[in-house]
Design a binder for this molecule. Structure first.
Ligand code: PBG
Length: 324
């Protein structure tokens, strides 16, 4: 059949038809909500560069997670903002650290919530890099031991899933060995497998108070031009035992998400990062676009590209829309 007999517009005529033949549908179960946890009680510090997002004390973190859970969002991912930072990021693997206490409070209040933790050192080091500094650069192998300690400490506190975001070589194997050695063989790892050195992380570094004090992260995060290398990163993490692989950021790397999903058929996550969130909020505030439409279309495109899970600051807002 050919035009004029063939007319694709026939199935677009009504909302009912469009709804019947829509290929991709979002659900609140697709989302994981990032939360920034800091010391104190009753603290809700607005994050200037991320309208609608807050740094929360542990009690407020529980409230935020309860709201998300109530809307059908099954998981959160925790980022810690410690009061004290040092060269080796010791707050990251302290059993009474801020994230460890938040995990316990969340598991007490919401036992079924999937409490995920970001495993990285940059929020805990005084220099703001994701590992141990030697000779002016991040030294790979000494960092692995600290990351493994951090993951074990999170698991001991009750974390359901750990997610290393540092981009050191060999960290998945190091985490797997560390977890297995301490009796946490059933705690899965979500690898930030293809994490690009992105300008879109700008607002996050305000939120987590973690900008590097010197240099940048390009000696460990990936070059934005590299799609083939992203597949090699994912392959390595899969071989080392990752249970879920992530591409980050999401919108500027939809091609990478699709290639990863098609090549490995693994549970695939995508991180709709801070800059992607703030871009939508900025357009909405300036009156340049409808925030709700931009949000839903962004999330839908990430799922259509092949993501099974979307880490997004929109989780609560989008779940509200989906629940009507
Ligand atoms: C820590 C980390 C970062 C993000 C998640 N984990 C920042 C970075 O790598 O600089 C970014 C998240 C976002 O922008 O929303 N390594």
């Amino acid at each position: 059949m050919q035009f004029p007999q063939l007319r694709l517009r026939r199935l677009r005529k009504t909302e009912t038809l469009r709804r019947m033949f829509r290929e991709t549908a979002l659900s609140p179960a697709d989302f994981m909500l990032p939360l920034f946890v800091r010391e104190g009680r009753g603290v809700r510090n607005p994050i200037g560069s991320m309208p609608g997002q807050f740094q929360l004390s542990v009690d407020e973190t529980v409230k935020a997670a309860r709201e998300a859970w109530g809307l059908g969002v099954p998981s959160v991912i925790l980022f810690g903002i410690p009061d004290h930072k040092d060269a080796l990021g010791s707050g990251a693997y302290a059993d009474d650290g801020i994230v460890q206490r938040a995990i316990k409070a969340l598991k007490d209040a919401l036992p079924e919530l999937c409490v995920t933790t970001d495993v990285c050192l940059c929020e805990y080091t005084d220099h703001g890099h994701c590992g141990v500094i030697e000779g002016g650069d991040v030294s790979n192998d000494p960092t692995l031991e600290l990351l493994a300690r951090e993951a074990v400490s999170h698991a001991r506190a009750g974390a359901d899933l750990v997610a290393p975001s540092d981009m050191m070589d060999g960290r998945i194997a190091a985490l797997r060995a560390g977890l297995d050695g301490e009796g946490f063989g059933d705690v899965p790892i979500m690898a930030y497998a293809a994490k690009f050195a992105s300008t879109f992380y700008g607002p996050f570094r305000d939120a987590a108070e973690s900008p590097p004090k010197f240099g940048d992260r390009r000696s460990y995060q990936m070059d934005p031009g590299n799609g083939d290398e992203a597949l090699r990163e994912v392959e390595l993490d899969v071989q080392e035992g990752a249970d879920i692989v992530m591409v980050k950021p999401a919108l500027p790397y939809l091609d990478v998400i699709r290639r990863v999903k098609d090549t490995f058929g693994y549970p695939t996550a995508a991180y709709n990062v801070s800059g992607e969130y703030s871009m939508v909020k900025a357009m909405d505030r300036l009156g340049w676009g409808d925030g709700r439409g931009l949000m839903m279309e962004s999330l839908l495109s990430i799922k259509r590209a092949g993501a099974d899970l979307i880490l997004t600051y929109f989780a609560v807002e989008a779940a509200r829309v989906l629940n009507g």
